[in-house]
Design a protein. Sequence first.
Lengths: 382, 125
Amino acid sequence: MSAPADAHLKRTPLYNLHVALGAKMVPFAGYEMPVQYPLGVLKEHLWTREQAGLFDVSHMGQAHLIADDGKHETVARALEALAPADIVSLKPGQQRYTQLLNDDGGIIDDLMVTRSALASDEGRLFLVVNAACKDTDYLHIAARLPAGVILSAQDDRGLLAIQGPGAAAALSKHAPKAGALGFMQAASMPVGPYDCHVSRSGYTGEDGYEISMAADDAVELARLLTSDPAVQFIGLGARDSLRLEAGLCLYGHDIDETTSPVEAALVWSMQKRRRIEGGFPGSARIQKELADGPSRLRVGIKPDGRAPAREGTEIQLAAGDRIGIITSGGFGPTVNGPIAMGYVAAAHAKPGTQVQLIVRGKPLPATLVNLPFAPHRYARKA
Amino acid sequence: MAIEKFSKDHEWVRVEGDIATIGITNHAQEQLGDVVFVEVPEVGRKVSAGEAVAVVESVKAASDVYAPVSGEVTEANADLAANSALVNEDAEGKAWFFKMRLANTAELDALMDRAGYDAFVKESA
């Protein structure tokens, strides 16, 4: 079950620490990453929901988008030409989730965008993109930027996520300013002795933070945070079940170049001005889907029994009547049962619809449900 | 006296008379991680050696459990459906999957003994 060592795999600054902690390392998005620690996926998942989990997400792509003229509007307009969120209206220190779209309105990648909180850094956006997509994302963005706006990959940065109900208390011990941030707000601040950029965000459905630091400080910062007994390192296995319970998309599985943000039930991430004005790649398709409804829709799926239904499982309305496919499926430790999400024909996407999942050739009854499976517990502030 | 054998698919077989009890090895459950679902075969099903007869799913993935020998299923462990975590707690004991009446005891000769299985696991690591 262990994959052969691959000389082409990259390592994050925390690689040696993961190994020392007994993590099982696996290839993921071109990196050797910890899929689980000795605690195991199930307990790591529950620990994050009850205490605080620390995730090494240094493999993700961090980049700055910078306008030469130092104006937010210049850099915001440049990104709005590639993504359907309202970037112009971002306040200093505010963060939004959006997608890079192709000309057909399909999703090239999904990403977090933050407007710098500092007046001295005006005209700068901080992007976090998926590890597997980062090289192609950077080429895509750079090739489409207007004169006067540049993309600067921040390859010398590490990224940690601390997630769970204990995250705010654990981080605030070393970064008293962190508590003042609301969900999707960010600021530069010291964490202990280290200069960091901290945003109150994450991908587990829990309250928490993502902390960007110089790669050289990553190990010491991780040691500082895990010196708190409430904070445990958590691997990719639990990260996947946590985000699935939270109803969040995994790129390459739940969203890809064929799915539009409307089909993916991400309309909330396209603010009203953009939906009306368009002006992003694929806006013709997306505006048509907004007006007429998409042909398919991402939904939550709850198997009635105990058997998990995995990615690729066919969804039928009745015997032989295929209406869709599961794109992420497994076991939800907090739900304590199997959970899934996938796409079904929009005409049959209503929550409560009874469907059949074809698992090992047999139909298993399931019900379409609203997402998320585990309620979001974000620390929203007005 | 019971004979104990192991397959390359990481199943154990314990034979008393013409009845074989089958489960997955402790090594297999360690590799799988937290088991969240088990499907056992129906009593009366006739199976051939190498046939997929049961399913064990962990938080990570679904795996087939193969019949290491041919025969007819005489009993399935109902406790596993209700408490699949038993596989992690006692894979080579209480978490047996099913029992079968052997069709051909000579098939047991193709399986490994404990020492052979331990060496096999070490080699594949």
